[in-house]
Design a protein around this ligand. Structure first.
Ligand code: XMP
Length: 503
């Protein structure tokens, strides 16, 4: 196992993803925990992440210096390199100016660069301060034009650039080399086998009953199938229609769950949700209301099941990483709606089989194995549904427009063979009306905004590059067929800085 000590970089989760791609298990811990805690579970190596700080800042993240004396390889990345330098007696120079983007780096010989057949590589940097003077006993193993780009002393390594960023040439190789230096065990896929989780669930549950909320999306359906395989009909899915689903989605979901042989209860609570959302414009407020209402409907349903002792949840690793006090990577950019906050008096114990996995790991190891392709490869849909795709107040009229437009968009993607090339596509509705000419009158109507992204892990995303003609034809169909729409646009922003959903 490799532990990543998080100093607040947005890229910390990318480091974890890259390491797990190499089949090595890794955990992210906040920098402020004790050395003892860091060493818990006997990590084979430690990585100190990047961060937005200067080592000279008042409250900048730091680690116990003893970490370097443990006979465990340590790898500092960006801020991690400055921290290692600073704590080992070298000099870090505050520049108050960020160096950002692609930077050429000349490599010297080091185990960290094994297998790289070039002397010079392009790396991705994003830092303010630089290492001015390396600490005693260290050697420079890579240089950029301006400053040391990598240093090493015995099994302490540090780089100024980000090997976990796609733009760094040989970034994966460098991280891999560090894993080799650590002699890290490649046992992550084995721990994740369907059979292993089934056995763990059976052991935990015994003869008791388990309930879970199943939206019909990939993640919850995967969880439901895993539970069914583990404990059969002792697992009951509760499927709640919050009135914010896509066109005919409730029928499709119920059909899918039936065909999968799942034991489920369907509750249509649309009116309740829509009433509570009346007049609400703020997306965060919408999320909160939907979350609360969801819990109350779920609670009512659950009470009818006398012998349920457990609640199964599809919690994923990014939801449980402890946030660091300043700009933690897991600081919530948006409030993701989850069943997380069930009241204590429900007395249900949690089962969270995917707690240590990223979304794409669940898809690869479980969804694809347990579900038919049409379900396993369905585009994700957020819990708060169309509420976060409709700007401003949600009205039945706006819901109808988005549903119709979205259905045409998705139908066209499938018909054109594009659906499975895209990771997530949808139509949304901005709150302004735009002038148009239809017939002889100038009338004001809505615009539909289309978004289609390609991503592996949903943490970064690129836009799908449509052929112009496909986009034009889809747009024409929407404008011709959806009453109330006279304009469409295609969102060309990547994540980051934009998110996949608009709100
Ligand atoms: P963002 O918009 O954060 O989306 O780039 C990343 C992925 O998460 C989904 N998403 C949500 N899922 N509740 C959910 O259950 C939410 O509030 C929520 N917001 C975003 C989004 O659809 C994408 O797949």
């Amino acid at each position: 196992m490799i532990k990543i000590i998080d100093c607040g970089s947005q890229l910390t989760q990318n480091i974890a993803r890259r390491i797990r791609e190499q089949e090595v298990y890794t955990e992210i811990v906040p920098y402020h925990i004790s050395l003892e805690k860091i060493l818990e579970g006997n990590p084979e190596g430690l990585i100190i992440s990047g961060g937005q700080f200067s080592v000279y800042d008042n409250k900048s993240p730091s680690v116990d210096k003893e970490i370097f004396e443990q006979d465990i390889p340590v790898f500092g990345i960006c801020y991690g390199m400055q921290l290692i330098t600073f704590l080992s007696g070298g000099k870090v120079k505050p520049t108050h100016k960020r160096e950002y983007g692609k930077t050429k780096v000349r490599l010297e010989k080091s185990k960290l660069f094994d297998g790289i057949d070039k002397n010079e590589i392009i790396t991705w940097m994003s830092h303010g301060d630089i290492v001015e003077e390396i600490p005693e006993g260290f050697e420079v193993i890579a240089k950029s034009e301006l400053h040391p780009a990598a240093i090493q002393k015995n099994n302490l390594y540090a780089v100024q650039f980000h090997p976990e960023a796609d733009h760094t040439e040989y970034g994966r190789q460098i991280l891999n080399n560090f894993l080799k230096i650590c002699n890290a065990k490649k046992d992550w896929p084995r721990r994740n086998l369907v059979d292993n989780l089934i056995n763990q669930i059976r052991e935990q549950v015994g003869d008791e009953g388990v309930i879970g909320a199943v939206s019909g999306g990939v993640d919850s359906t995967t969880l439901a199938m895993l539970m069914r395989k583990a404990i059969g009909d002792k697992f009951l899915s509760i499927t709640i229609n919050n009135g914010l689903l896509r066109k005919d989605e409730e029928k499709e979901v119920c059909n899918n769950l039936k065909n999968l042989g799942l034991n489920f209860t369907y509750v249509d609570a649309s009116d309740r949700f829509l009433k509570k959302l009346k007049g609400i414009e703020n997306p965060d407020e919408k999320r909160k209301i939907i979350g609360r209402e969801f819990i109350s409907v779920f609670e009512e349903q659950a009470k009818q099941l006398k012998n349920a002792k457990y609640l199964a949840q599809g919690t994923l690793y990014p939801d449980v990483i402890e946030s660091i006090p300043i700009y933690g990577i897991s600081s919530k950019i948006k409030r993701h709606h989850n069943v997380g906050a069930l009241p204590d008096d429900m007395n249900l114990e949690l089962i969270e089989p995917f707690r240590y996995m990223f979304k794409d790991e669940v898809r690869e190891n479980f969804s694809k194995k347990l579900l038919p392709k049409e379900i396993a490869l369905r585009h994700p849909f957020p819990g708060p549904g169309l509420a976060v795709r409709i700007d401003g107040e949600i009205t039945p009229y706006k819901l109808k427009i988005v549903r119709e437009a979205d259905a045409i968009f998705i139908e066209e993607l499938k018909r054109r063979g594009l659906y499975y090339k895209i990771s997530q596509a949808f139509a949304g509705l901005p709150n302004s009306k735009f002038t148009g000419v239809m017939g002889d009158e100038g009338i004001s109507e809505y615009e539909i905004k289309l978004r289609a992204v390609v991503t592996k892990d949903f943490m970064t995303a690129d836009i799908y590059e449509f052929k112009w003609n496909d986009l034009k034809e889809i747009s024409n169909r929407i404008i011709n067929e959806v009453k109330g729409v006279n304009r469409t646009s295609y969102d060309t922003s990547t994540k980051p800085p934009a998110t996949i959903e608009w709100m």
